[in-house]
Every structure is written in structure tokens, then in C-alpha cells.
Write a protein that binds this ligand. Structure first.
Ligand code: 13P
Length: 349
């Protein structure tokens, strides 16, 4: 099966009423964990790499690992997505490498830190959409600014600093023609999202629902969606770690989002926690060990467990065989002839 566009994956998810986890990777073991979880649960897959991941692993290593996954699991639709592209050039380089999907995060300037103006965001996102769609590649945009920092990318601060304005979301979707839209509703990247179990004062699910009402056909994306489970925090701290008490996004809130237009759910931190906890445990209990496989195997298994759980909770489990992948070349034809129109359906207020 060729690499699939996130547009096709998310269109199918919308038809089926489920969400698709988008899991970040930096190395082979993380890709293996995701693919085994996908096989275990019969799930379609979005694998995503940030600029930091591309720099860490080098583009060619990372991309060829994805191609290996594609060869080894021909029955599973896989989209390879660029997470938080900071500029046209970054997105172009991913597209030219063969990514089937890119995020242009124009909510920040190219430095990946300073919030951009609405006009700047529209201009750079539209530029990426035109380039990507001509090549059959899907584009995710972002309106509003996420909190926190991930892999050096982010404005920092609280997730409530720049939440999405529904009117701007509509205008942005209309002006850019993005295939999916990341919105800011109080979440942030990383482990430290909330200081207690979040309620509506800090996690704005009402805002998400309002945006979905205005853009009922637009695939919404929830970033910063790790749940930061207490048991994963505890394992790290039990074996010498020093995590401060923290809360993530409860899975029930993500499921509420999925019932209201969320189709792509970004998860990175939970997998990082699972890996680190498993490695700490081995090294703490058996300090004489030095073969990396002794701790990488349990680390990979711990990540697989988290990913399989999320795939089931988001509803994508069981859906890998629902459809045949449309090639990126055929997606390009669809954008050209209008059958993959990205003109959003906007509901009256
Ligand atoms: P978490 O840090 O909550 O896993 O978010 C990851 C993310 O949104 C990647 O873009």
C-alpha cells in the first residue's frame, strides 16, 4: 500500500465517526512500537516527525524507516506527517522527501516562538497549500497558538494565552483551503499542562464545540493531547525520576472532542513517559546491565501498550482494512478537478 494522505485517513475517520492518533517518532523503536500497536488493534496510522525529530534522526534515516514500516505492514494505511512545519521551506523539504502530509504552523513566525499575525499565518499557509495540493499532499494549519514548547517549537506560556477565535477559524479555513485545522483550546505540549484535573475553565471544550458548529465539515486537530497518566508518572518517580505532579488531557475529553469534529489527536508525551519509565526500571533494578536491548525492548513494549490503548480509545481500532490507499498522485488529480475541494462548509451563526 502506498503512503496515504492524512486527508484520506481523516475523511474516512469522519465517515466512521472516530479519531486517529498521530504519534511522534524520533527513532526505529518508536516506529516499531506504533506499527505493532496498529497491527494488534487493526488501526490506520499517522506517524509524525517534528523538525527536532528530523534533525535528531536525519531525514533519510527517518523516512526510510517509514518506508520499511510500509513494506512490513502492507495491510495498514500509514500517513507520514510533518509536525509543526515552521516555514514554507521546511514543508517543501518534507514534501520533496515523500511525506504524504504536512503541518504548516503559521500561528508562529518562522522562529517557531513568536506569535504571527493572522495575515502572516494565512499567507504562508496558503503558499504551502498551493504547493502541497499540486503534489497531492495534505496540509494541516493552525489558528490560535498552543501553549508550551515541544522540541524547541512553541510560544511557551499557558495554553490559554492565545485560544482560537471561532470567527477567525472560519475565515482562516476559507482563505487557506487547509485539509485539517489545529485549534488552541487550552492544551499545551509537554508533561506540564494542568496543575489539577482540568475543568472547563482551563480546557475549553465549549470553544471546540462552537468551532465545530461553525465548521462542521472541517477536520479538527487536537494538539497537546497526552493524558499524562499518573501510573506512568509514578513509574518514573519510583525509579529515581523527579517529575512534578501534573495533569494532562483526560481521555473522556478527547472522546468528547471526537464526537465534535476532532479527527486527528496528537500524542507524544505519553509515549516519552512510557519509554523513560521502562528504561529507568531496568537500569534501577539491574544496574549491571549494559546491553541497550535489555532496556529498549521493555521501552518499546511500554510504548506499544500506550499506543494500542489510545488507538482503541480514539476509535480507530478495527478500521485499517476499511479502504484502499489513494496514491498521492491521484490525490493531486482530486485537488485539481475539485473532487477533493477544501472549501469548508460554513454553518450560519
Ligand atoms: P503532547 O505533548 O501532549 O503529547 O502533544 C504532542 C503534540 O501535540 C505534537 O504536536
Amino acid at each position: 500500500m502506498p503512503l496515504v494522505s492524512t486527508r484520506q485517513l481523516l475523511d474516512e475517520a469522519a465517515k466512521g465517526g472516530y479519531g486517529v492518533g498521530a504519534f511522534n517518532v524520533n527513532d526505529m523503536e518508536q516506529i516499531q512500537a506504533i506499527m505493532e500497536a496498529a497491527k494488534e488493534t487493526n488501526s490506520p496510522v499517522i506517524i509524525q516527525a517534528s523538525r527536532g525529530a528530523r534533525a535528531f534522526a536525519q531525514d533519510n534515516y527517518l523516512f526510510h524507516l517509514i518506508l520499511a514500516a510500509n513494506e512490513l505492514y502492507p495491510e495498514i494505511p500509514i500517513a507520514m506527517h510533518l509536525d509543526h512545519g515552521n516555514s514554507f521551506e521546511t514543508c517543501k523539504s518534507a514534501i520533496e522527501l515523500g511525506y504524504s502530509s504536512v503541518m504548516m504552523d503559521g500561528s508562529l513566525k518562522a522562529d517557531g516562538k513568536t506569535p504571527a499575525t493572522f495575515e502572516e499565518n494565512v499567507a504562508v499557509t496558503k503558499q504551502v497549500v498551493d504547493f502541497a495540493h499540486a503534489r497531492g499532499v495534505a496540509v494541516e494549519g493552525e489558528i490560535g497558538v498552543l501553549g508550551g514548547i515541544e522540541d524547541g517549537h512553541g510560544a511557551g506560556g499557558s495554553g490559554l494565552d492565545h485560544v482560537t477565535d471561532p470567527d477567525q477559524a472560519v475565515e482562516f479555513a476559507e482563505l487557506t483551503g487547509v485539509d485539517s485545522l489545529a485549534i488552541a483550546i487550552g492544551t499545551s505540549h509537554g508533561a506540564y499542562k494542568f496543575t489539577k484535573k482540568p475543568d472547563g475553565s482551563v480546557l475549553k471544550m465549549d470553544l471546540l464545540i462552537a468551532i465545530h458548529k461553525r465548521l462542521p465539515k472541517t477536520h479538527l486537530v487536537m494538539h497537546g493531547s497526552s493524558s499524562v497518566p499518573k501510573d506512568l508518572q509514578d513509574i518514573i518517580n519510583q525509579y529515581g525520576g523527579k517529575l512534578k505532579e501534573t495533569w494532562g488531557v483526560p481521555v473522556e475529553e478527547i472522546q468528547l472532542g471526537i464526537r465534535n469534529g476532532v479527527r486527528k489527536v496528537n500524542v507524544d508525551t505519553d509515549n516519552r513517559l512510557a519509554i523513560t519509565g521502562a528504561i529507568r526500571k531496568v537500569l534501577w533494578e539491574t544496574p549491571e546491565k549494559f546491553d541497550p536491548r535489555d532496556y529498549m525492548k521493555p521501552a518499546r513494549a511500554a510504548m506499544q501498550k500506550v499506543v494500542a490503548q489510545r488507538m482503541t480509545q480514539f476509535g480507530q481500532a478495527g478500521h485499517a482494512g476499511d479502504y484502499k490507499a489513494i496514491s498521492i498522485a491521484d490525490m493531486a488529480k482530486g485537488y485539481k478537478d475539485g473532487s477533493l475541494s477544501t472549501k469548508p462548509l460554513v454553518a450560519a451563526r
